[in-house]
Write a protein that binds this ligand. Sequence first.
Ligand code: SF4
Ligand code: SF4
Length: 81
Amino acid sequence: MDALAPEKDKKPEQEHKLVFTIKEKCRVCYTCVRECPAKAIRIAGGQAEIISERCIACGNCIKVCSQGAKVFRREIDPVKR
Ligand code: SF4
Ligand code: SF4
């Protein structure tokens, strides 16, 4: 099925978080906010925050962010590589 679907052994609190913003890298340029087809990104606390309940994990924000501030969870989770 969907290759991006969460695996069943994820920690419950991370279950819906498929995409993350790396706070330190985000320059709040609003590009991802504009480009998100699901309107799942908002600016909060000086960074682009993903509303995980809305995110469809299309990966578009990862593509459009010039700062490399958006990553899939599995890329920052070494055990899942
Ligand atoms: S595109 Fe990248 S740098 Fe711009 S607001 Fe989104 S996460 Fe931040
Ligand atoms: S992965 Fe897609 S749906 Fe999720 S926040 Fe990024 S652009 Fe929006």
